[in-house]
Every structure is written in C-alpha cells, then in structure tokens.
Design a protein around this ligand. Structure first.
Ligand code: NAP
Length: 289
C-alpha cells in the first residue's frame, strides 16, 4: 500500500470464511508498499451463498484479483472464465487474476510447497515420495509434485466413504501427468514402512499433530525416519510438530507449513503484479505472527 489511498488505488482481497485470522493481508500490504504499488489487500468473510456476487465484484470493482480459502476453493470454479493447468488438475483455486474482466483461476499451494522444499535444498524430481493425507492440501502437493517431475507418489489415507473418490482423483492426476501414483490405507503399516524406505521425502498433509493436539503424529513408528529422508509437515502451528522433532533427531532435513503458506502468497503476488514478494522482509515478520 502506498502512504495514501487515492482514487487510483486497486484492491486485492481474501475471500474466505473465516478470513479475519489470515496473515495474507500483512504479507501483501508489506509487499505492495515495498514495490510502491498503489494497491491494498483486505480480508473479507464471505458466506457460501454470497460467493457468486463476491466473484462478480472482482469485475465490477476492477480488483487486481483475490485469494480464496475454505470453503470456496472448489465452489468458485463455475464462476471463472479460465483455469490454469494446475488448478484444473487439482480441482481447486486459491488465486484469481482479473485480466481486464476475464477471471483466471490458479492454484499456488503446490508451488508454495515445492518452493518450500527448495528452501531446504531438497530435490524430488525423478524420485519417489510418500504423502500422508489426501485432502485439499495433499491434492495440491501431489499435483504440483507430479507436474514437476516426481516419478512415483505413494499416498496413504484413512479408508472412509471418500476413499473411492480419492482413488478416482489420483488416477486422473496420474493419467494427466505420467507420474505413478498409488493409494493405500494408512493402517497398512508394512506398506507404509516399505514406501518410506524407498522415498526421498515424507509429507504429512493431514492436520494430525496440529495445536492443541501436539502429542499426536501421523506415524507411530519413528524408527522409519532416517537422515536421508526429508520430512515436510504442512502444519505451521506449532512450528515444530512431534513428527518434525523426531525427524530432526534422526538428522533429516525438515520444513513446516509456514514455507508453503508464504510461498503460495508470493506466487499469487507475482501473478497480480509481475514482481517478487520481498521474502527477506516478509519471512521474519510472518514467523513472529
Ligand atoms: P482436508 O481437505 O480436510 O484434508 C484433511 C486430510 O487429513 C484428509 O486426508 C483426512 O483424511 C486426513 N485426516 C484428518 N484427520 C486425520 C486423522 N486423525 N488421522 C489420519 N488422517 C486424518 O484439509 P486440508 O485443507 O488438506 O488441510 C490439512 C492440513 O493442512 C491442515 O492442518 C491445514 O491447516 C494444513 N494446510 C496448510 C497449508 C499451508 O500453506 N501450510 C495449506 C492448506 C492446508 P480423511 O479423508 O479420512 O478425512
């Protein structure tokens, strides 16, 4: 944001429910100010029944674009004019760019994850990885990893009524990307052990271990962790989950979900402004929030 809001100031926003707790306004307003861009970013609580009108307001108010979070990431798709290949594959949108009234949906969550791995110097191209969880965060991670050349992804999830749908979705992603993707039940311990043994990276893409349940972990047998198995946890509260603590004790490279959160925002900022988010300024501030 420039020091003064004028008649020319453009608006970017978060549409979510709840939206007010988000760190996105801090990240984007600092970045607009850094680049002297005449724009502001606000967070709006948008109820599902108001989503269609809210999306139309992007055109009506000539907004730069918006970020979307739960519960709108999938529901927004019918209101958009175009989807990026990743957003189409994932089936969810977290960023909309307003290109002269044409609304283009992107998903930068997976990009955020891949950049988070780069920060800790972990390369997974042509390698096998293990992902626990198959929800929204997992799907974005799996799609981007597959698009970026990971050869083999083993997904483990609880067997519930959605298991068949997950299977279909993963088969679609595998077909579109050429990545080998398997789905197995999380209770199948020997399969999990075997997968992790052959993987370069283990990802927790569930909320297991998140505050206030900090004593929980998506795996129980920590002996499968080792120094050359990188471990990524999408959780950022707490910064160090039990899984990450155990992985660090085994000498592994680790990262928490804060890097994914920051980098998904940075990728959205690039789409709106064609400029880089000043991460050297943003990271230390966001880490303290
Ligand atoms: P979601 O769509 O509801 O998916 C949750 C996933 O976790 C599902 O696969 C679910 O399995 C699994 N799960 C939930 N409880 C479990 C349990 N007790 N044991 C085993 N598996 C369990 O949620 P999401 O949006 O993917 O979010 C998942 C986590 O990622 C949350 O902690 C969220 O805060 C975090 N997240 C982080 C970022 C980031 O930028 N760092 C971005 C998005 C989300 P079922 O299918 O069996 O329910």
């Amino acid at each position: 944001m420039k020091s003064e809001i004028t008649g020319h100031t453009r608006l970017a926003a978060l549409f979510a429910k709840p939206a007010r707790h988000s760190i996105s306004p801090v990240m984007h307003n600092l970045s607009f100010a850094h680049h002297d861009i005449d724009a502001i970013y606000l967070a709006f609580d948008v109820e599902p029944e108001n989503l269609k009108d809210s999306i139309q307001s992007i055109r009506s108010f000539d907004m730069l674009g918006v970020n979307l979070s739960m519960p709108h990431k999938m529901a927004v798709i019918p209101y958009l004019d175009e989807l990026s290949s990743a957003a189409e594959l994932i089936g969810a949108v977290n960023t909309i760019v307003n290109k002269e009234g044409k609304l283009i949906g992107y998903n930068t969550d997976g990009i955020g994850f891949m950049r988070g791995l780069k920060d800790i110097a972990v390369e997974i191209k042509n390698k096998r990885i293990t992902v626990i969880g198959a929800g929204g965060a997992a799907t974005a991670i799996i799609c981007q990893a597959a698009l970026d050349g990971v050869s083999h992804i083993d997904v483990f999830n609880r067997k519930d009524e959605f298991y068949g749908k997950i299977q279909e979705k993963l088969a679609y992603i595998a077909e579109k990307t050429g990545c080998r993707i398997t789905l197995q039940e999380l209770t199948k311990e020997s399969e999990l052990v075997d997968s992790v043994k052959n993987s370069a990276l283990l990802v927790n893409a569930t909320g297991v271990g998140m505050s206030p349940n900090e004593s929980q972990s998506p795996i129980e047998d920590f002996s499968i962790l080792r120094s050359d198995l990188a471990v990524y946890d999408v959780i950022y509260n707490p910064r160090q989950t039990l899984l990450l603590k155990k992985a660090q004790e085994s000498g592994a490279k680790t990262a928490n979900g804060l890097s994914m959160l920051i980098h998904q925002g940075a990728a959205a900022f690039e789409l709106w402004t064609e400029k880089h988010m000043p991460l050297e300024i943003i990271k230390p501030i966001v880490e303290k929030l």
